[in-house]
Ligand binder design. Structure first.
Ligand SMILES: NC(=O)c1ccc[n+]([C@@H]2O[C@H](COP(=O)([O-])OP(=O)(O)OC[C@H]3O[C@@H](n4cnc5c(N)ncnc54)[C@H](O)[C@@H]3O)[C@@H](O)[C@H]2O)c1
Ligand SMILES: O=c1ccn([C@@H]2O[C@H](COP(=O)(O)OP(=O)(O)O[C@H]3O[C@H](CO)[C@H](O)[C@H](O)[C@H]3O)[C@@H](O)[C@H]2O)c(=O)[nH]1
Length: 331
């Protein structure tokens, strides 16, 4: 019996695979390496290279392996790219979910844990954001993920496939042993970009907008450590296996940090000056996104270990310092 991790060569998926293996699970990875890295896949996992939109590929994986649950990370996730290339997001994200659910239905696989996102809420009406708050995404990425949540809900009613949608806020950090970390190409996320400036790989950080409706004018986000996130997925699998109903949970720290505060924290962690300049707003960015994540704590029993962004940044810094070129320096 094994867990299938779709997108297990990516940033969050590779940490999930490591966590599952450390919990004694057998793991199968399906990934087309479009944004992931072969070297990020744990050597104890069985790897199938292919696209989840390819039904024959999925049939091969499900025929060969005794899969009990699927954890689904295989998607595109760059907010600004989705604004300029919306159909790319509906094709890969929403399209991938159709094929995956059809294959699960036909192979009688009943559990899926899904990477959803704070971006499904759009501009929130309340802060912190609760799972019951309205979901009105303001970018195609968020809409593609909301459509995927709704498709799972209908697949539950029609075929009995139970799901947990985990709505991540901003994921950062790396495995504390420094073996795997975040390596997107091109990088667009705040924490790795700040650390690339600290490393001297970039001249300066551009802070996208200082005229938002927030205390210091820069966007406020809620950062969660990637290993805490992985733990929540393991709890979600157990929750489904215990016969519970489909559900959605926010995963965040319930504390917001502005882009300027994140820069300051990174300066403290790295001891580097990290030059920065103000730049125009980036399309698709809501002012603030902070999670109410007590539901995951109460129902799943989730206990995040990292509650200080300095510690989150420190694990990322360990990875970046040891792998200045990311996974490329292992080729
Ligand atoms: N990074 C964040 O802050 C964040 C926040 C909220 C939600 N998420 C979600 O978490 C998931 C993982 O994010 P990440 O940062 O690890 O991204 P990532 O790009 O590092 O990982 C995605 C992985 O999926 C693979 N993939 C993509 N499309 C595929 C397809 N059609 N078939 C097979 N494999 C495919 C890629 O090769 C990659 O290995 C995404 O679905 C994203 O929407 C991420
Ligand atoms: O060079 C940069 C990069 C980012 N930012 C700012 O930093 C903040 C965080 O940006 P990220 O790109 O790191 O993350 P996002 O908040 O855009 O999106 C992340 O979190 C979202 C949910 O909150 C989604 O789930 C999405 O998948 C995930 O990438 C934003 O205000 C952004 O404008 C900068 O100022 N300069």
């Amino acid at each position: 019996m094994a867990i299938l991790v779709a997108g297990g060569a990516g940033y969050i998926g590779s940490h999930m695979v490591k966590d599952l293996i450390e919990h004694g699970e057998d793991v199968v990875v399906a990934d087309n390496l479009s944004t992931g890295h072969r070297d990020a896949i744990n050597p104890k996992a069985k790897f199938y290279e292919g696209d989840i939109r390819d039904r024959k590929f999925l049939d091969k994986v499900f025929d060969n392996e005794d899969i009990t649950a699927v954890v689904h990370f295989a998607a595109f996730s760059i907010v600004p790219e989705s604004m300029s290339k919306p159909l790319k997001y509906f094709d890969n994200n929403t399209g991938g979910m159709i094929t995956l659910l059809e294959a699960m239905r036909d192979h009688n696989i009943k559990y899926i844990v899904f990477s959803s996102t704070a971006a499904t809420y759009g501009v929130p009406e309340h802060m912190p954001i609760k799972e019951t708050d309205p979901q009105n995404p303001i970018n195609p990425y968020g809409l593609s993920k909301l459509m995927m949540e709704k498709m799972m809900a209908w697949a539950d009613k029609a075929y009995g496939i139970k799901f947990v949608a985990l709505r991540y806020f901003n994921v950062a950090g790396a495995a504390p042993d420094g073996t795997i970390g975040e390596d997107h190409g091109p990088e667009t996320h705040l924490v790795p970009i700040i650390l690339q400036v600290a490393q001297g790989k970039r001249k300066e950080l551009s802070i996208f907008g200082d005229d938002y409706n927030t205390p210091d004018g820069t966007n406020v986000r809620d950062y969660v450590h990637v290993m805490d996130l992985a733990d929540a997925h393991i709890l979600a699998i157990k929750y489904l296996e215990a016969g519970n109903k489909s559900n959605a949970f926010n995963l965040g720290s319930s504390t917001g940090f502005s882009n300027k505060q994140m820069l300051e924290a990174a300066r403290e962690v790295t001891g580097k000056p990290i030059p920065a300049k103000m730049a125009p707003r980036r399309p698709g960015d809501p002012d603030s996104l902070v999670a109410a994540s007590d539901k995951a704590r109460t129902i799943l029993g989730w206990k995040p270990k990292y509650d200080d962004v300095h510690d989150i940044i420190a694990t990322a810094w360990k990875w970046h310092s040891a792998h200045p070129k990311g996974y490329d320096d292992r080729d």
